[in-house]
Design a protein. Structure first.
Length: 328
């Protein structure tokens, strides 16, 4: 029954995120918000809702090792497998704004979380703790990041409106793709969020039970099964976006999701209950920083991520998974 409920939990997470993203993206289209902002905000936060549900639920239940492992594992999966698979399907072309603002900010937050957590690395403490105060710092940074995105969205919308005043648009030729009316989009978003919350509880409870029966640590289950399962919405969304030529949404989804995971998910989780982090998990965090930097170098070299670079990223993830299994 636990296996069945675990599968049901993942199904609810994926379908819930699917409904949430569809509904929220449609609302954004109605409001004329550009794709890059949609990718960094609504799609990114929507597809990261499973990570939020799992990690926050784990924190409420006192399983903080899984909460931290889930975020680090998901971020590694996102920058290696999601970007790698999307770039292999179709070369990802990167906007200057992502390379100059959002990607460097992601690197900063990745380094920051290790600095805040690594008490044994930067002090004489023998215990690594992400405290409630650290959680407040992360949440303040998240609010500043979100405020900046909202300001960018409003500026882009105003520029679009001004352009409309000077350009005559033939409604028979140009039209916006709006799948359903506003009230239905709102309903889909709420329904999707409820499914995500229920799915998150099932994954945490059943995943922990199954792991304990096999003697698998919460760290390993968080870094592998749970992190991959909760990252499936990002994986599916980015590949679909890449096939449609929406590089802004594909890469913006990954960057926004990773920032959301670090600042909001870990911020809320540690504020609810301080997170004790094992030294081994700090090494995974350092690996997260390294692969994020490698992906940034690939993206900034020619402002794209091609097939060869994508295969390199996928190979790095397979190597990482082999390492986790061998050292378990």
């Amino acid at each position: 029954m636990n296996y069945i409920l675990l599968i049901l939990g993942f199904f609810l997470l994926i379908k819930g995120a699917d409904y949430f993203v569809d509904g929220s993206s449609n609302i954004a289209n109605i409001l004329n918000i550009p794709p890059v902002v949609i990718g960094l905000t609504i799609v990114a936060f929507g597809t990261s809702a499973p990570e939020a549900a799992v990690s926050i639920t784990a924190s409420l239940d006192g399983q903080n090792v899984m909460a931290m492992g889930n975020v680090i594992g998901s971020n590694i999966f996102n920058v290696l497998m999601v970007v790698g698979a999307a770039g292999y399907v179709r070369t990802l072309h990167i906007e200057n704004s992502i390379l100059s603002k959002e990607f460097p900010f992601l690197l900063f937050t990745s380094i920051l979380i290790i600095f805040l957590t690594g008490d044994s690395l930067f002090s004489n403490s023998s215990v690594n703790i992400l405290s409630k105060f650290d959680g407040i710092i992360l949440l303040v940074l998240f609010c500043l990041f979100f405020y900046n995105l909202i300001k960018t969205a409003l500026k882009s919308r105003n520029e679009f409106t001004e352009a409309e005043n000077f350009i005559s648009i033939d409604s028979d030729v140009i039209s916006y793709s709006i799948d359903q009316p506003l009230y239905k989009s709102i309903f889909y978003s709420i329904f999707g969020m409820i499914a995500i919350i229920i799915g998150g509880k099932l994954v945490v409870y059943c995943g922990s039970y199954i792991a304990s029966t096999f003697g698998i640590s919460d760290k390993l289950i968080g870094l592998t099964i749970v992190s991959i399962g909760t990252s499936l919405p990002e994986f599916i969304t980015s590949i679909i976006a890449a096939t449609k030529g929406e590089s802004d949404i594909a890469l913006g989804n990954v960057i926004g999701s990773n920032i959301f995971n670090i600042l909001f998910v870990l911020g809320v989780s540690s504020f609810i209950s301080p997170i004790t982090v094992q030294n081994g998990l700090l090494l995974d965090g350092i690996f997260m920083i390294i692969v994020t930097l490698i992906t940034y170098i690939f993206a900034s070299r020619k402002k794209d991520v091609n097939k060869i670079e994508s295969l390199t990223l996928i190979g790095l993830y397979l190597f990482y998974m082999a390492y986790l299994i061998m050292t378990a």
